[in-house]
Design a protein around this ligand. Structure first.
Ligand SMILES: [Zn+2]
Length: 295
């Protein structure tokens, strides 16, 4: 029997997404400047172990290790010619950890390029880049897409349209917000939560929200969630906080929030109307395990 669509299940209960991948691979030896996504080919067992740990923690949604695996971002590592292989392997590595219960979210991150007129990229060129990544993720076994850590609503729209052109599967879109000088939430490009959410919904996103606000404290995510839910109307909202704002400890930056701190966020986020909760940078399987219990 085919598994139900994650959108059908989402109408009945909130879903738990997984937590940080990059910080988990750094803990396993990923060096500064090294391409995490290449580990899908060179260290697949490490990537699968992270996915399995998130699945064992109770996560419903497993995010592929392909945040920078579009051809533009891979070109910075000289790996553009391996884009299809990396994305297919990324989806297969997550798929191997689902035990046929969880869903695989094919992760699509920012291209690193700027759209016209700020940059030189046209919408059509950007759509081609994202469509190629989406196709390879689907070939590897992705059930849905998560377009994440975005700043530019134009890039989000291009990614959504591209992903939709490849297959009629669910699409989640998240932006990274910070507190701007006047205290309001904005993306790096200056976009407000309501404008960001509207652009993603207009382009066809099925779930919209926020992740990875580097300067946001845990309470900020609850306030932000209220704004996102108000803007999203009937469209479900996802929030994936970092494990607090990084602080310097013994000469390195660490995310300070404990698993209990993250678990304490679950009730206020659910009360604010959030339907998908997960973690971003600094969250670990232990954090997600505590969040699953709270959920
Ligand atoms: Zn993050």
């Amino acid at each position: 029997m085919a598994r139900p669509s994650l959108l059908d299940v989402l109408r009945q209960r909130p879903l738990l997404c997984d937590g940080g991948m990059g910080t988990q691979l750094i803990a396993r030896g990923l060096g500064p400047g090294e391409c995490a996504d290449l580990w899908n080919l060179t260290r697949p067992d490490d990537v699968r172990e992270v996915h399995r740990a998130y699945r064992a923690a109770g996560c419903d949604l497993l995010t592929t290790c392909s945040f920078q695996a579009n051809t533009l971002a891979l070109a910075a590592h000289g790996l553009a010619d391996q884009a299809d292989a990396i994305n297919q392997a990324a989806a297969a590595n997550a798929r191997a950890a689902t035990d046929d219960q969880a869903w695989v979210l094919g992760d699509i991150g920012p291209s690193g390029a700027f759209l016209e007129p700020m940059g030189e990229m046209t919408v059509g060129q950007l759509q081609q880049v994202f469509a190629r990544q989406a196709r390879a993720l689907l070939d590897g076994g992705a059930d849905a897409f998560i377009i994440e850590t975005m700043s530019d609503p134009g890039e989000v729209a291009a990614a959504i349209v591209a992903a939709r052109s490849v297959a009629p599967v669910p699409i989640i879109a998240t932006y990274a917000f910070e507190r701007s000088g006047d205290g309001a939430f904005r993306t790096m490009m200056g976009t407000t939560p309501s404008a960001a959410v509207s652009a993603a919904i207009d382009a066809g996103a099925d779930v919209v929200g926020a992740n990875c606000g580097t300067s946001l404290g845990l309470a900020d995510y609850v306030a932000l969630a209220g704004e996102l839910v108000a803007a999203a109307g009937d469209v479900p909202v996802i929030v994936q906080p970092n494990a607090g704002t990084p602080v310097s400890q013994d000469g390195r930056m660490v995310h300070p929030a404990s698993p209990a701190d993250m678990a304490a966020l679950v009730a206020p986020l659910c009360d604010a109307g959030v339907r998908v909760i997960g973690g971003c940078c600094g969250t670990t399987p232990a954090h997600l395990h505590a969040m699953a219990a709270a959920m």
